[in-house]
Design a binder for this molecule. Sequence first.
Ligand SMILES: NC(=O)C1=CN([C@@H]2O[C@H](COP(=O)(O)OP(=O)(O)OC[C@H]3O[C@@H](n4cnc5c(N)ncnc54)[C@H](O)[C@@H]3O)[C@@H](O)[C@H]2O)C=CC1
Ligand SMILES: CC(C)CC(=O)C(=O)O
Ligand SMILES: [Mg+2]
Length: 347
Amino acid sequence: MTTISLAVIPGDGIGKEVVPEGMKVLDAVLKGTGVDLVTSYYDLGAERWHRTGETLTDDDLESIKQHDAILLGSVGDPSVPSGILERGLLLRLRFALDHYVNLRPSRYYPGVPTPLADPGEIDFVVVREGTEGLYCGNGGTVRAETPQEIATEVSVNTAFGVERVVRYAFAKAAVRPARHLTLVHKHNVLVYAGDLWRRTVEAVSVDYPEVQVDYAHVDAATIYMVTDPGRFDVIVTDNLFGDILTDEAGAVTGGIGLAASGNINPTGDFPSMFEPVHGSAPDIAGQGIADPTATVLAVALMLDHLGHQKAAQRVEAAVEQDMRTRVGTVSRSTSDIGDAIAEAVGR
Ligand SMILES: NC(=O)C1=CN([C@@H]2O[C@H](COP(=O)(O)OP(=O)(O)OC[C@H]3O[C@@H](n4cnc5c(N)ncnc54)[C@H](O)[C@@H]3O)[C@@H](O)[C@H]2O)C=CC1
Ligand SMILES: CC(C)CC(=O)C(=O)O
Ligand SMILES: [Mg+2]
């Protein structure tokens, strides 16, 4: 019997609502397959912080590391100062577990309502660097809270860090039908970091002559994402640009509630972590109306990553089937969507 040991972190807000739906689908798809699912739940997030002052202890981290994978809902709550949970919990996990690839596929399912008049075929994947850039916390402030305050936030881009994620992106592009890679940056202004990314892509491209490479400045890329998303196949970019572009990608393909992501540790030294692209959505939390599809698709990414390709494909097919029923229907509750996908997967 194969076993999957899974660390589950529902987190805050709608994270607590969408994770049970992801687990529902995971249980349904594994039923009768001989795969034994063993879960450990972690109460990390705002409630624990209020109760104990802890975000993620060393013991939590050591315990989480013992699992094959992590499923996370979302973190962040208006009752906690901004950044405490995002940095102390979410980014700490990504950095400590060396999740240097933040993999964010975007696919348009025909019939799904989208703000685009003619979405055409959209099927691309953003390979976002996950451990460097502006998210390192490399900054500070002097003369705080005075009119002379100077706050800095310095982006860190190492040759090692850029090369490993660029190599991952090329390898991904090489096995996709379009074999196309777009570097997104802003090297006309961010001349130091941008040039490192540009040179790295140029150097690594020598090993992948079959992959066609192009470049877009990030501001132009946000235009193309809306006017011509079909031009993208694999996008490789830094932590901040990838964060912003993937919210936009979610919106154009039918909503942020459909966008899944994997924080991948490609070496396998630590468990990878799967989560929806969205956050804790305090504006809709507690109403049972969050779309759990992104979490369900994160479960599919996780199954694929763990080598359970058939199960992953069954989850994707069930989501695709559910998408087809969305045209013109009244909106459904979080658990109704989870139930429908779980039922479709079990058929
Ligand atoms: N990975 C994570 O845990 C992330 C955490 N956050 C945190 O989440 C909190 C809220 O951040 P926001 O900027 O509001 O981003 P958000 O992604 O939580 O929400 C943005 C908008 O999308 C909607 N939305 C999000 N998920 C949805 C779903 N499944 N179904 C339907 N609508 C959905 C929300 O209602 C809101 O209008 C903050 O504390 C932020 O730091 C934000 C992004 C990622
Ligand atoms: C809250 C941020 C640290 C995370 C985020 O917005 C993301 O990874 O998409
Ligand atoms: Mg984001």
